[in-house]
Design a binder for this molecule. Structure first.
Ligand code: CP3
Length: 350
């Protein structure tokens, strides 16, 4: 393998690079025909994400189709839950389901600390194989869900519109919720360390539903646990760049910048220039093209990418969507996104 580190890793570390690296959240999945075909053969999401041969194959599908600069492990934020004693399933058209939602102290006290080597060896195996396969042609990304977002799933028991059950817990039994969040923070930090030791070069923490909190509650229930995960990982793995994503983060951007994170992943409801001006210079940005643009025509996609890249100029920037690519997106438009990102200097100099 050559000495040169892959582009996304160099950019994430803040080195000056020839262009912003490009990848997509949810880049493996239902919009790809090869994925849908494999899903017909292996209908359980748990099997697709926990059988190392399948998880490896799916992780590589977008790399083989588009050669993005990042290859993300095919898994889910809920995958570590069984290792802590919480069973779940992902049901087509319903989303995640927790068989026995966590609602009381006995349940929280019965949770096991995650031992990733024992319960999640398949993840380590996939990350190691991904690194061997992509070499320095791409950066291997690991990821986790942040404590608040994991708690939202296990307390609600499923995807939620208004988060009434976990908010009842937050505002009636805060001590109970804090012990659950703390348990997740410790376990998730260990899980990230394991992913990095197994081959992940950059890691992203998804606190997708932290944007559902008022800023004052974000400061109580989300930010301290994001920070705990980041601090614990940085203690042992200070050189691994960490990215933080929240959906609907416009009200808490400055707060995200104070968690110790290296890169803030912006959704598309914030203008890239405004997002940059609201974060300290040394913090990088990722994003933030509206996933809906990929239903538009190639010209619209290209011009939005150029706009985004120009607005982030002078900053550490990783080109991405503002949230995961949507099912039903034409694959040809995903191709336009990646190709434009990789040839961005030609488009800008035109
Ligand atoms: O980015 C990638 O390609 C890696 C794969 C990945 C998945 N889930 C695979 C998946 C990642 C990074 C996730 C993270 C995840 N999972 C998040 C955070 C990111 C975000 O979108 O905010 C969240 C909130 C979840 C929980 C979850 N899992 C949801 C809401 C769903 C969708 C339910 C649905 O049916 O739309 C899942 C299932 C899931 N995870 C799918 C995929 C590809 C779709 C189901 C399938 O392919 O059968």
């Amino acid at each position: 393998m050559s000495e040169i580190q892959p582009l996304l890793l160099r950019a994430a570390r803040g080195e000056s690079v020839e262009r912003p690296p490009v990848w997509m959240m949810r880049q493996a999945g239902r919009y790809m025909k090869v994925y849908r075909d494999l899903r017909d053969q292996h209908q359980s999401f748990r099997e697709r994400s926990e059988n190392p041969d399948l998880s490896y194959e799916i992780s590589m599908q977008p790399f083989e189709a588009f050669e993005p600069d990042g290859v993300i492990l095919f898994s889910d934020i809920l995958t570590p839950l069984p290792g802590m004693g919480i069973d779940f399933d992902i049901v087509e058209s319903k989303g995640p389901l927790i068989n026995e939602p966590i609602r009381n102290l006995q349940q929280v006290e019965a949770l096991r600390p995650l031992e990733p080597k024992e319960s999640m060896g398949f993840v380590g195996e996939v990350l190691t194989r991904l690194r061997e396969s992509v070499g320095n042609k791409a950066t291997v990304l690991g990821f986790v869900g942040a404590p608040w977002t994991l708690a939202a799933y296990v307390v609600e028991g499923k995807s939620s519109k208004n988060y009434a059950v976990i908010k009842a817990m937050a505002f009636k039994e805060p001590t109970l919720l804090h012990s659950l969040l703390d348990h997740f923070a410790e376990s998730i930090a260990n899980y990230l360390r394991y992913q990095i030791d197994s081959g992940a070069q950059v890691v992203q923490m998804f606190d997708s539903w932290a944007g559902q909190l008022s800023p004052i509650d974000y400061d109580t229930f989300a930010a301290p646990y994001q920070k705990k995960v980041i601090d614990l990982v940085k203690q042992t793995h200070p050189d691994t760049p960490m990215i933080l994503y929240i959906s609907g983060s416009a009200g808490v951007l400055e707060r995200m910048g104070k968690t110790g994170i290296d890169i803030v992943s912006l959704d598309w409801t914030v203008d890239m220039a405004d997002g940059c001006s609201r974060l300290p210079k040394d913090i990088g940005v990722q994003g933030n093209v509206d996933p809906g643009l990929l239903f538009g025509d190639p010209e619209a996609i290209r011009s939005r990418i150029v706009d985004t890249v120009l607005k982030a100029k002078g900053r550490k920037h990783i080109l991405n969507l503002g949230h995961g690519i949507l099912p039903g997106t034409p694959e040809a438009n995903a191709q336009v996104f990646f190709e434009t990102g990789k040839a961005i200097n030609d488009y800008i100099n035109r």
